[in-house]
Unconditional design. Structure first.
Length: 154
């Protein structure tokens, strides 16, 4: 399931829904990303996330479908917020349920790694110095590359 929304979400409720009524689920793994107060040495007062409706949902659906082809998953969930957010606010939730914990852990990590590099969101950070667009991070590209390396090993 994919949702791109302005409003906040209830982490516990969303994660519980991944196994509700399904006795075949042996593990649920979830990750929630939050707006940080600091970016390096800069104190962040807010972050505005922008996206293109339609294009964003399509990209997230492709990421979700890729995870479902790689692991035996019962359900997956991607929720990504947009709009103006402040430090401590939830930005994203990725979660996966499976009969086995390894699949849930791997799928959850894969979902966030690919989301960070492939999802079409633009982030504008606000600070005392003004506003600036967030550049892609090498660490995010390296996290995604691990999955590509695993593909070549298999």
């Amino acid at each position: 399931m994919i949702r791109v929304q302005r409003e906040d979400f209830d982490f516990g409720q969303e994660v519980a829904a991944l196994s509700a009524g399904n006795k075949g689920v042996g593990g649920v793994c979830a990750f929630s990303g939050l707006v940080r107060e600091m970016a390096g040495e800069t104190e962040i007062s807010a972050m505005t996330l922008e996206h293109y409706p339609g294009m964003t949902e399509k990209a997230l659906a492709e990421i979700e479908a890729e995870a479902q082809t790689r692991w035996p998953l019962e359900k997956t969930l991607i929720i990504h917020r947009y709009g103006r957010l402040e430090p401590g606010d939830q930005i994203v939730l990725v979660a996966a349920s499976s009969a086995h914990r390894d699949a849930a852990f791997d799928a959850c990590r894969f979902l966030i790694d690919w989301l960070k590099t492939e999802a079409p969101f633009w982030k504008l950070e606000e600070s005392e110095k003004g506003a600036s667009w967030v550049e892609a991070k090498d660490s995010d590209t390296q996290a995604q590359a691990r999955w590509l390396e695993k593909d070549q090993e298999d």
